[in-house]
Structure formats: structure tokens, C-alpha cells
Design a protein around this ligand. Structure first.
Ligand code: NAP
Length: 494
């Protein structure tokens, strides 16, 4: 029997794929390839480059724990710096040479005869590999709104994930559809240039003030020369975020309802920014703070007070060749339509490619026929030698890097055991998977998502069946502990 071409195929060259590759190198593997449909690494930070893009978690926290970056220019760093960080880390850990770009993976199938994964590509021959890791991210499939007539619009259409860097809104009549985290960053930038800007809001978003600081040359030198200082800042930002998620989301029912204070803060922010009571009312969410990801901005609310910026909260009836007909019958004539409509999470991304495991089990179909589930947010029964990093119950609160940290630790324990036993395949048991799903269901019972008033939030934390299956409802510390101590007997090795 011919040996598989690779020990590992990783799908996705964002921070997930880079982290997995670093872990593989630590474990002593070198025969792996990282495939990505884009023409460069960085995942979401490569694809997104709209004006105003910046991280919305302090960058002291938003980085690999083992690779602090003393060069961040601010606490909330602009997008291009994060893309540069991804490239620097990939170079430093020698994983860039393993990357193949412009390579679209269409699916993967487990072959029981050869104990390999056959990975199908859009062009070229399939690849064979012993292990498969999908690191396709949670927010990677842009959502195109199915508004009547939208394809008949004859002006320029820009989705925020496909921004034209040469585009200048100067003098134009522009509309933005969507008021999520992306729109909150983009709208103030567009308002600076556009002659007329109309924002179509379906669901208002919670916005609190952004307490940002610049890291001057002195601070950066200090971070570089005395890494403990940056670690100390990270401990503060990590701790603060962890506390907010724990009290405001995870233990909403039993510990406390800090969300009231956050609501007050957002209300005060609106009050300080906007005099018009009617406008403030329209921008006020009617669901609990935290049901969907809240945002930070010091300019978003104020932008709506400018005379050439209009909020349309009554809805869209249809799009025509030259503009949008509003639900109230009025028409907004446009040059450019900006779609800040986010991502298809559950329909197109779970999983992002077709994955067929043992006995022909189709991962997407199985998740939909039963429940969305993955042991420790990483592995799935009947899918041997497969790690799915963008899984149900995988994402830890607000920070992708904490998620990556525990997933790398999980890999370390799993592949360490595989090597110790001289085994070639692993598969999580149905029993362990069911136990984890029960644990997640129980923990969620105490959370904002179950107890809070989230019905009108339209939050992507919920799947179409109404279950909040995106977040792993526990602290980073608990997830790291589980990743280091889970019983290895939760896996069958062969
Ligand atoms: P999003 O939060 O899903 O927001 C999409 C917006 O488009 C929502 O306001 C949604 O309204 C609206 N929309 C979608 N389809 C529509 C339709 N057919 N008609 C009218 N409105 C429609 O997406 P996002 O703003 O791109 O943000 C996604 C996530 O990316 C954030 O939560 C955050 O985690 C991440 N993000 C991070 C950063 C950062 O770190 N710098 C920046 C941006 C984004 P409904 O709410 O009514 O559905």
C-alpha cells in the first residue's frame, strides 16, 4: 500500500492553521501542507481590509500567548498590523514554506482501507494524508443578503470582505446595509468622504465607548526589553475580558447581572453623543447586552448626528437599478451600495467543506440530523484522524487566541499519546462525545443565552435550531485545564 503523500493536511492559513502548524512542528512533524483558497496567509485579517478595520479585543490579549508582539502601535490595533503579525509568526516558526495558496479544498473523505483522508481540490489531483485538520475559521463565508431586486442594482456593490482599496466615496451617495461590528467601524470612515450616507439598520447593536491607548516608542521598547511588562498588561486585559464574559454571559443566572451596568454605560454613551431623542431610541437595542457581540466605538453614534448621514430603521422593500425603495415607500437614490452583512455561519460554515467520515457519515448532515457537537470543540466520533478547529462549542468567549491555545494543548496531549502507543489512528468515542455535549448543555443552562432576553438579537451565537452552540461556555483556565487532563481513554487508538 502506497504511503500517503502527507502526514497532515491543514485547511486554512489563518491564525488557526498557523497555530496548528506550529504545534505540529513542536511535536516533530514536518511532512504537512497548509492549503488556503486566498492568495496569502492571515485568514480574516487578509480578507478584510475595509477602512477603519481594527481589532476589537485589546491586542495584548489578541495574540498567541507564546508569541507576544512588543510592536503593536495601539491597544486596539489597526487590521494591517495584525496581518503583519500573522506573517511574522509564520516566518519565525518556519511554517510559511508549507503553505499553498489559491488552492480551494472542496471536500475530504476518510478511506477505511488505507486509513487515510482523501482531500479533493477544485483543481488538480486529490491529496492523501494520514491526518486532516480544518482551520477554516468561524466567519469566513460572506453573507449576501437576499433582498428583492438586489442583483438589479446598477451602481457599485461592495461587500466588506471584498473591499476595493481604490474606492473613494468622495461626493457619492452611499448606503450601508448592516450595523454589526464591521459596520460600526466602517460607517464613520465612509461618512468622512461620502456626500450622502444612508445606513440600513435591521437590529441595533450595543455600542460602548472605546478606551484605546497608543503605545509610544518608549512603551514598545519597554515591552521588547522587559517582556514581563507586556505580560503584566496582558494579564490585566485577559483578566478583565475573562471576568466580563464569566459574569455577564456564562454565569448570567447564578453569579450576577453585570449586563445592567453595561446597558447603562451604552445608554450614557448614546446620550452624550446624540441630542435627538427619537434617533437615540431607534439606535437602542431591545435585547440584553451580550446576546450578540457588543462593539466599541467613540465615533459611531456621533456620526448619525451629521446632516448628511441618515438612519433607515424601517426596513427595505426592494432594491432597484438606481437605489433602494424603503419600506415606508420613499426611495434612496445611490451610487454605491455597501454590504456590511456579515457571514453565513451555520448554513455555509459548519463545516466549511464537505467532510465524510467512517461508514459514510457526512459531518454537516449528521450535525443537522442530530445536534451540533464536537468533543472538546475539536474531534468528532466516526471521524478518525480528524481535528475540526472551527467546531460547535469551540470558541472561548471573546478571544480567538485563547481558543487556539487550548486546541494546541489538546493536540499536544493527543499526538503525544498516539506516539507513545505507536498507534496510527485515533478516534474519539461516542461516549466521551456525548458526555461533553451533556456538559456543554448543562453549562449553557446558566448562561445569558438560555436565561437572558435574546429573542430579538438575531445573534450568530445561535444556530438555526435556536441553540447557542458556538461558544464553549467555560473560562479559558478551565478549558486549558481540560485540554491538559482529559482522559486519553476518551480516544480509541489503533
Ligand atoms: P454581523 O455581526 O453578522 O452583522 C451583519 C449585519 O448585517 C447585521 O446588522 C445584520 O442585521 C445585517 N444584515 C444581514 N443580512 C441582512 C439583510 N438581509 N437585511 C438587512 N440587514 C441585514 O457581521 P459583521 O459586522 O461583519 O461582524 C461579524 C463579527 O466579526 C463580529 O461579531 C466580530 O466578532 C467580528 N468582527 C471583528 C472585528 C474586529 O475584531 N476588528 C471587526 C469586525 C467584525 P441583523 O442583526 O438584523 O441580522
Amino acid at each position: 500500500m502506497a504511503a500517503p503523500e502527507f502526514d497532515f493536511v491543514i485547511v486554512g492559513a489563518g491564525f488557526g492553521g498557523i497555530g496548528a502548524a506550529i504545534e505540529l512542528r513542536r511535536l516533530g512533524y514536518d511532512n504537512f501542507v497548509i492549503l488556503d483558497r486566498e492568495d496569502d496567509l492571515g485568514g480574516t485579517w487578509h480578507v478584510n481590509h475595509y477602512p477603519g478595520l481594527a481589532v476589537d479585543v485589546p491586542t495584548t490579549t489578541y495574540s498567541y500567548s507564546f508569541e507576544p508582539n512588543p510592536n503593536w502601535s495601539r491597544l486596539y490595533t489597526p487590521g494591517p498590523e495584525i496581518k503583519r503579525y500573522a506573517a511574522d509568526v509564520a516566518d519565525k516558526y518556519d511554517v510559511r514554506d508549507h503553505m499553498r495558496f489559491n488552492t480551494v479544498v472542496t471536500g475530504a473523505r476518510w478511506d477505511d482501507e488505507t486509513n487515510t483522508w482523501q482531500v479533493a481540490l477544485e483543481s488538480g489531483d486529490p491529496l492523501s494524508t494520514r491526518f486532516l485538520i480544518t482551520a477554516t475559521g468561524f466567519l469566513s463565508q460572506p453573507r449576501m443578503p437576499d433582498i428583492p431586486g438586489i442583483t438589479s442594482f446598477e451602481g457599485r456593490v461592495l461587500h466588506t470582505t471584498d473591499w476595493d482599496d481604490d474606492y473613494d466615496a468622495a461626493g457619492e451617495r452611499v448606503a450601508v446595509i448592516g450595523t454589526g461590528a464591521t459596520a460600526v467601524q466602517l460607517i464613520p470612515e465612509l461618512a468622512r468622504r461620502a456626500a450622502d450616507l444612508t445606513v440600513y439598520q435591521r437590529t441595533p447593536i450595543w455600542v460602548v465607548p472605546k478606551i484605546d491607548v497608543r503605545f509610544g516608542a518608549l512603551a514598545r521598547r519597554l515591552f521588547a526589553r522587559v517582556p514581563a511588562t507586556q505580560r503584566a498588561v496582558r494579564a490585566v486585559t485577559d483578566g478583565l475580558y475573562e471576568f466580563l464574559v464569566y459574569v455577564g454571559v456564562l454565569r448570567y443566572d447564578s453569579v450576577g447581572r453585570l449586563n445592567g451596568a453595561a446597558r447603562l454605560l451604552a445608554g450614557a454613551h448614546r446620550f452624550a453623543s446624540i441630542r435627538d431623542r427619537n434617533l437615540r431610541r431607534k439606535l437602542t437595542p431591545d435585547y440584553e447586552f451580550g446576546c450578540k457581540r457588543p462593539t466599541f466605538s467613540n465615533s459611531y453614534y456621533r456620526t448619525f448626528t451629521r446632516p448628511h448621514v441618515h438612519l433607515q430603521a424601517d426596513g427595505i422593500d426592494r432594491v432597484e437599478a438606481d437605489g433602494i425603495v424603503n419600506a415606508d415607500g420613499t426611495k434612496t437614490v445611490l451610487d454605491t451600495l455597501v454590504l456590511a452583512t456579515g457571514f453565513d455561519l451555520w448554513e455555509a460554515n459548519f463545516p466549511a467543506i464537505e467532510v465524510i467520515g467512517r461508514d459514510g457519515r457526512d459531518l454537516g448532515k449528521w450535525w443537522r440530523d442530530t445536534r451540533f457537537q464536537a468533543y472538546q470543540g475539536v474531534t468528532v466520533p466516526r471521524f478518525p484522524n480528524f481535528l475540526s478547529l472551527a467546531s460547535p462549542y469551540a470558541f472561548l468567549g471573546l478571544n480567538f487566541f485563547n481558543t487556539m491555545d487550548y486546541q494546541m494543548r489538546h493536540m499536544d496531549r493527543l499526538f503525544g499519546e498516539l506516539k507513545r502507543r505507536g498507534a496510527t489512528t485515533f478516534e474519539v468515542t461516542e461516549k466521551a462525545n456525548a458526555r461533553y455535549l451533556d456538559q456543554m448543555t448543562e453549562l449553557l443552562g446558566d448562561s445569558l443565552f438560555t436565561v437572558g432576553d435574546c429573542a430579538s438579537a438575531r445573534s450568530y451565537y445561535y444556530n438555526p435550531a435556536g441553540e447557542a452552540t458556538l461558544l464553549r461556555p467555560m473560562t479559558t483556565r478551565a478549558a486549558l485545564r481540560e485540554a491538559s487532563t482529559y482522559p486519553v481513554t476518551d480516544y480509541e487508538f489503533a
